[in-house]
Structures are given as structure tokens and as C-alpha cells.
Design a protein around this ligand. Sequence first.
Ligand SMILES: Nc1ncnc2c1ncn2[C@@H]1O[C@H](COP(=O)(O)OP(=O)(O)OP(=O)(O)O)[C@@H](O)[C@H]1O
Length: 264
Amino acid sequence: MGPLRQRRNQAGKMTEKIRLSDISKVFKLSGRKRKAALGGVRLSVSEGDFVVVLGRSGCGKSTLLNIVAGMVPPTSGEVAVDGAAVEHPDPSRILLTQQPMLLPWLTVLENVAFGCKLRGETDHLLSRARRWLERVHMAGHESYLPGELSLGMQQRVCLARALMGHPDLLLMDEPFGALDTFTRSRLHEEMVRIRQETDITVVFVTHDLDEALALGSRVVLLGGEPGHIMEEYALDRAYPRDPADPVLREMKGAIMERFQEEGL
Ligand SMILES: Nc1ncnc2c1ncn2[C@@H]1O[C@H](COP(=O)(O)OP(=O)(O)OP(=O)(O)O)[C@@H](O)[C@H]1O
């Protein structure tokens, strides 16, 4: 597999894509109750990184992604993408949520082509959409309506639509949770390939340690109350990754131990 395509500036340093500075998020609940979901989150993500945020259910992973996407404002702290403060959603930052969101009256092919059509990027529109459907292993379903597909299939159509727009930042919230093991592992391979062919930066949320080790160039553990970054691991291993690789096995053991220490 080819080299990682992280961009460097003239001084040879990685270009920073995302900076989270002391992010906290407190939700107001019913009555006078409050829920502190995140506290003191600091993270710097380089361009071309594939950062996996790993943590137990409810530790604040989705909240963190929503903040980076500009869907939810932090209670305090700052989030910047490409050096500019994030204040609202932007088409250059695509958020893929756990719940696939497709237009129910359009076919699969039309859904994939929809964003590019709206932006007037109509050259070879349908053949490009077909190609992306092939890459997410959905060829043959072009004329289906979303309601005729399983959740996992709808999720793959959402991924094709996202990639068709060539986003430079992809925020993925447990996107492959509804998929069977075989489809999931094929999509892992495809994600790795896409990342190597482009300069895309990915922040990928999961609670599956094996998925984190298969995909991440960095694994970030989120935990505690309120949620904060407890540990970061650099994962400089070639793709495709072999789960029997002694380095990965050692890291898996270390991460599990860290989770147990913290009672996560
Ligand atoms: N809109 C909201 N209003 C109130 N509380 C919320 C809201 N969104 C999230 N929370 C709370 O914030 C905490 C973190 O939620 P979040 O969805 O970010 O966790 P998560 O790690 O993504 O969980 P999961 O893995 O189960 O999806 C939870 O305790 C949740 O109940």
C-alpha cells in the first residue's frame, strides 16, 4: 500500500486540520438538572490523519463529533478547522451519523448524485455516482428506493454520497455498526484505500477496539466524567493490518488495561 499522504508545511511540519481547545459541553436537562458530557477536551488532528475516537457508550463521542461538525456549540472552549473557528455546519465537513439520512423519494443513484447536482457539478454525474456505489459494494441497487434497503445498505449509500462530494474532512459516527462482519471488513479496506488516494482527514467514532486498530493512524481514548481524552496512541502500521501483528496485539492489551484501570 502507498505512503500516508499527510500534508506538510514548508518547515516540514504536519499541517493542522482540527484544533480542539479546552472543549466542554453541558446539556440542560429537564427541571434544573445538568449533564456535563465533555470537559477539558484538547486535541490536534493533522491533515490526512485517520483519528479513531474510542470509548464506552455515553462517554461523549457523538457530542464531540457534532461539535467539530458545527451542529452543536460547545459550552466553553474553541474548535477550529483549517485555522478558522467552527460556528456552523459546512459542506466541506461531512458528518455521517449512525442513522442514515437519505431522501426517501429519490433512488439510490439519485441520492448519491444529489449534492453534486445541487452544486452544479454535473460532469459525468451519474457515472461518477455509479462508481462510488461500486466502491461501497452497492452496485446493482441503483434504482432502489432507500426504504427498500437494510439500514447497513442505506449507510453505505450515505458513505458513497459523502465521498462523491470529495469532502476534505469526514466525521464518521459508528458508521459500520449495523453491518455484518464481511461487509464491514470490505468497507474498512475501502476506507483505507480512499484515504491513501486522497488527502481526506477522518475522525471516526467507535466503541469497537478491533475496528479502531484496523483503521486508525491514531487512537484516542475518551472517557471519564465529564468525558475527556485519557490517552492517545500513534498507530504507525502499514495497511491492510493483520490482527495477529505483535505490535497491534500489544497495543490492544495496553488499551484494554487502560480501560479496566479507569473502570470504563
Ligand atoms: N441533546 C442532549 N441533551 C441532553 N443530554 C445529552 C444530549 N446529547 C447527549 N447527551 C448526554 O451526553 C452524554 C454523552 O452522549 P453521547 O451521545 O455524546 O455519547 P456517545 O459516547 O456517543 O454514546 P454512544 O456510543 O452510545 O452513541 C450522555 O450522557 C447523553 O445522555
